[in-house]
Design a protein around this ligand. Structure first.
Ligand code: FNR
Length: 382
């Protein structure tokens, strides 16, 4: 590992050099003007911490729980589609790094490696994220497969009934299979390491779906199938039906409004994730951290509140916890690590965040993450 890697931004720069542009841009983009994408990180930066001195800072602990499960720090890897295109076998590499670090890995419905691939190569437990499809039998089968593989929580994503438009993906011809132009081919020639790894894996298509749906056999047929499968009719009764089918912890992802948070509570789910899909869906929506306090105030005593979006450091994790989140998910930070250095890069990403979180907590005068509350934050100026 190059010694210059000390921040998530360092990992991003290396990933940008190593991952083909089409897939790097897919990761590092938001919808339309990307204003919500930018606000997610910018709003964290605006929150200030209280520096405390002359307090005992020995024997610190970051251990806590998320969705009732022990974690070594309040951080989980977010579900991300096509992770296996940032680096060959990306889901397996990231799941391994997460397991070694004692944090949950969440496998997306739209992953390249399947539930069974991750279970076989890394082993349970990991978490599974479900996109609600029109084909209800497919949803049921996925839930059953996740259960059989030993997944210990189900994350149901609610904010992608239709797909937000991302200009970079359209310009880059991101599709299944990718549209190859002279520019894309030239770009691939400058990424020999990526190409070599990709040629040496048999996992190059959406394996949760291909072979599990009648008529979907290859990359071309999957494109047609997924194009019409995200279900625009999804409603709270559907969520309740998923609740009934899944016996373990259910985590509802994509709640950004107090009224929806109340409905999430009424489904009996264990947790919700305050999220705007990393700024990839409704551009113009507030940042996750901006709405976190009002959602915690409204429902925090009845459901576990988690959050994601814009977490780029351990300081951000601490701020989210101070505002009432039990834990956070990170998306792009671990994808940058993966694209830059594979499994070692994801491990480095988690190490960076852990060290920053631990030291920041200490400098705020605390030794146990479970004691963190709003008192570590400076009140905004009147
Ligand atoms: C995502 N996200 C996402 N969410 C989900 O529920 N299922 C998915 O398949 C995906 N796919 C996906 C791909 C990529 C490339 C990104 C960047 C994000 C959203 C993800 O789970 C999470 O909400 C955000 O990534 C959090 O924001 P940060 O940490 O990336 O700023």
């Amino acid at each position: 590992m190059a010694p210059i890697i000390t921040t998530i931004e360092d990992l991003r720069r290396v990933a940008k050099r190593r991952v083909p542009r089409m897939f790097y841009d897919y990761c590092d983009s938001g919808s339309w003007t990307e204003s919500t994408y930018r606000a997610n990180a910018d709003d964290f930066a605006a929150i200030k911490l209280r520096q405390r001195v002359a307090v005992d800072m020995t024997d610190r602990s970051l251990a806590t729980t998320m969705a009732g499960q022990a974690v070594s720090m309040p951080v989980a890897l977010a579900p991300t589609g096509m992770t296996g295109m940032q680096r060959a076998d990306g889901e397996i590499l990231a799941a391994r790094a997460a397991k070694a670090a004692g944090v949950p890995f969440t496998l997306s419905t739209m992953s390249i490696c399947s539930i069974e691939d991750v279970a076989e190569e890394v082993g349970a437990p990991f978490w599974f994220q479900l996109y609600f499809m029109r084909d209800r039998a497919f949803n049921d089968r996925l839930i059953d497969r996740a259960r059989a593989a030993g997944c210990s929580a189900l994350v149901l994503t609610l904010d992608l009934q239709i797909l937000g438009q991302r200009h970079k993906d359209i310009r880059n011809g991101l599709s299944a299979p990718p549209r190859l132009t002279p520019a894309t081919v030239l770009d691939l020639l400058t990424k020999p390491r990526w190409c070599w790894a990709m040629l040496n894996t048999r996992r190059r298509t959406f394996r949760n779906i291909v072979g599990h749906v009648e008529g979907v056999r290859d990359t071309r047929s999957i494109s047609a199938w997924t194009g019409e499968q995200f279900d625009p009719r999804l409603d709270w009764d559907d969520v309740r039906r998923i609740r009934d089918r899944w016996p373990g912890p259910l985590i509802l992802k994509g709640v950004l409004d107090v009224e929806d948070a109340e409905k999430a509570v009424s489904t009996g789910a264990e947790s919700l994730i305050v999220s705007n899909h990393g700024g990839r869906q409704l551009d113009g929506a507030p940042s996750s951290v901006a709405v976190l306090p009002e959602i915690v105030a409204a429902v925090g005593d009845r459901i576990e509140v988690l959050m994601d979006g814009g977490v780029r450091s351990g300081q951000d994790v601490l701020k989210a916890v101070a505002l009432g989140a039990k834990g956070v998910f990170i998306g792009r930070p671990f994808l940058y690590g993966l694209g830059a250095y594979g499994e070692a890069g994801v491990a480095r990403c988690l190490e960076i965040i852990r060290t920053e979180l631990d030291m920041t907590m200490a400098l705020c005068g605390h030794r146990d993450i479970r004691d963190i509350d709003r008192s570590i934050l400076r009140a905004p100026p009147p």
